[in-house]
Design a binder for this molecule. Structure first.
Ligand SMILES: [Zn+2]
Length: 458
């Protein structure tokens, strides 16, 4: 196979043709793909036909990217759920017969009804390939082996990574159905090169390893690939994972309904949009795209979901997009810092936007504080205010907590320009999480949270 030629193995990109395509060529390619998926969805999905009819727009009226931005409505999870409720489980959201389904996923439904996600064989394979862009850029090849610290449930999670490892031609080792100790023993036995896990679990395994008297830095793992929550693009969190495992840590940002949209940059400072399979906008609360360099809600269109198309789908994730090259050589859109938070986690203190991921990064600059913290956001008459509860490290004496807290407050004040309260607590006082950490506690009235209220979807 061509893949195994040494000159191909040495190549920096999985697909140099599209990964280095100039923007002047990428954008017309996007327009053609967008026109194709819009016409497909309109012709085949009752949900999209109703949505576009309601907004009085027909597919042939999308002649430019500007038309796409200004005329085509956004779609949100709620509309898909409503369409699925018409004839469960998939209902009016479907664009293809269930006979073509290859795999079904669902969201956890932790905030309501689960959203059903059908994939055709074509979609499943291409979800996998999106991971390969990240694997390849991180230097991983067919000769490597990948350990899945993952339970193979109905949630998409690392299933797409599994498809990616197969596409790469590498080896899969399953840690499904095992507890953490058994997984660590498997890692000792099989000697995989890569572990895939959430950032919280990658760190949690460190506590399990300590109980076993095992040093993770001495295992065969050379790469930790994290997904499922922000992590590897936050320098301090990445450093903690890298020190624990003695390995390089990379991330992929994906969205359950859309798949692995954003493989991490090999320079580790953020993620790229996989422009082969996805189009994205970053918009403000009025629904208008924000200028490059600014933060807004990530709005994504998939080119690869023929079962249940998603066009201008609201992710509720906050990202900063930029046209400044990141240095790795790709022309694909770059989001420094990865996902900065959820739209409902947007905090504005005295006119200054404060992002949870920025607070996490700053917290780690203060010696004596651990990675266990919570953000509590409230609101007084005029402003949001934030209190950070954070555990001290074990070696810090309790009578120093107040001064360490003041030091953290000074770091926040100088970096962000506003006051953030810090309460330092004893080690072990905050809850522990195995898969994803709950760190954001919102005590504000709903009216003071971020709302996408304008734009063509309004
Ligand atoms: Zn890059």
């Amino acid at each position: 196979m061509q893949l195994y030629k040494p000159e191909v193995e040495a190549q920096r990109f999985w697909n140099p043709y599209t990964q280095t395509m100039p923007r002047a060529e990428l954008d017309p390619l996007h327009l053609r793909k967008l026109q194709t998926v819009i016409a497909y969805a309109y012709a085949r999905s009752p949900m999209y036909r109703k949505l576009l009819d309601r907004h009085k727009v027909r597919p042939e009226q999308i002649r430019t990217l500007d038309d796409f931005v200004k005329r085509l409505p956004f779609i949100d999870k709620k509309e898909i759920l409503d369409a699925q409720a018409v004839n469960p489980p998939f209902g009016d959201a479907l664009a293809i017969s269930e006979d073509f389904f290859h795999q079904r996923f669902a969201t956890s439904g932790s905030t309501g009804t689960p959203l059903h996600i059908p994939l055709t064989y074509h979609s499943a394979e291409l979800w996998g390939e999106s991971w390969v862009y990240g694997f390849w850029a991180a230097g991983l090849r067919a000769r490597h082996s990948f350990y899945f610290a993952f339970n193979w449930g109905i949630f998409a999670a690392f299933w797409s990574a599994y498809m990616g490892v197969r596409r790469l031609g590498a080896t899969v080792i399953s840690g499904g159905g095992l507890d953490s100790k058994a997984r660590l023993r498997q890692i000792e036995q099989y000697r995989p090169d890569v572990i895939l896990a959430t950032p919280t679990y990658a760190l949690y395994l460190g506590e399990t390893a300590r109980e076993l008297g095992m040093d993770l830095a001495k295992t065969s793992i050379s790469h930790v690939f994290v997904a499922g929550e922000p992590g590897a693009s936050i320098p301090a969190t990445r450093r903690a994972i890298e020190e624990l495992w003695g390995a390089k840590c990379y991330e992929l940002y994906g969205i359950a309904e859309l798949g692995p949209t954003n493989p991490g940059c090999p320079l580790q400072g953020g993620v790229h949009l996989c422009e082969e399979w996805y189009h994205a906008l970053v918009v403000d609360e009025s629904g208008h795209p924000v200028p490059y360099g600014e933060v807004g809600e990530h709005i994504v269109t998939s080119y690869i979901q023929d079962g249940q198309p998603l066009i201008k789908y609201r992710t509720h994730d906050l990202v900063r997009w930029t046209d400044v090259p990141c240095g790795c050589g790709t022309t694909w859109l770059y989001y420094p810092g990865g996902v900065l938070g959820r739209t409902d986690q947007m905090i504005i203190v005295k006119g200054v936007n404060v992002y949870p991921s920025a607070l996490e990064a700053l917290l780690h600059r203060v010696a004596g504080l651990s990675e266990h913290y919570e953000l509590h956001v409230g609101r007084d008459a005029l402003n949001d205010f934030v209190t950070v509860k954070v555990e001290a490290r074990g070696e810090i004496d309790e009578n120093r907590y107040a001064s360490v807290g003041r030091e953290a407050e000074a770091v926040f004040k100088s970096a962000i320009g506003v006051s953030i309260g810090v309460e330092v607590q004893k080690p072990g006082s905050l809850p522990r999480y195995e898969l994803k950490a709950k760190r954001f506690f919102d005590h504000r009235p709903a009216a003071h949270r971020w709302q996408l209220s304008g734009g063509p979807g309004a």
